[in-house]
Design a protein around this ligand. Structure first.
Ligand SMILES: [Zn+2]
Length: 149
């Protein structure tokens, strides 16, 4: 049997949304093991078994899709694999074009996280000083400003 790469935290993340700075540093060097997608039934119970983009249940297969792309959430924002593969971040969508539209852009991520009640100051990316939070145009919109050295 092939050796599986070890999870940084094999016990899971106790429902946490944010990685610790130590976990995040580790994941930046080594890709995470994906969690199996067991949550399809929970998402269907919440949203119905229809595509969240076109609203249709027709023909093409409907699959789980991430609103915040997994790798972006992990590496750029320091979210846990558990949160990223959790129901808050999952929608049903047809494969292909609908699936692509589920994903939010990099710039949309901070507002989406705020809408889930997450405190952006707790991100390991911010706590480690790699990025700072900045208001955009003095408004309510916040973005991660990466301190490139
Ligand atoms: Zn669709």
């Amino acid at each position: 049997m092939a050796q599986r790469s070890r999870l940084v935290n094999p016990e899971g993340f106790d429902g946490r949304a944010w990685l610790s700075v130590e976990e995040w540093e580790t994941y930046r060097r080594r890709a995470a093991v994906r969690y199996p997608q067991k949550l399809r039934n929970e998402v269907i119970a919440r949203d119905g078994e229809v595509c969240s983009i076109c609203g249709s249940d027709s023909e093409k297969p409907i699959q789980l899709a991430h609103r915040i792309p997994f790798k972006m959430g992990l590496i750029d924002f320091g979210l846990t694999p558990e949160w990223l593969d959790g129901v808050d971040n999952l929608r049903l969508a047809h494969q292909g074009a609908c699936n692509d539209l589920v994903e939010c852009s990099f710039g949309e991520v901070p507002q989406l996280l705020v809408s889930f009640g997450l405190n952006l100051q707790e991100s390991p990316v911010v706590r480690s000083g790699i990025a700072t939070l900045e208001q955009v145009d003095g408004g309510d919109v916040v973005e991660f400003k990466f301190n490139v050295t």
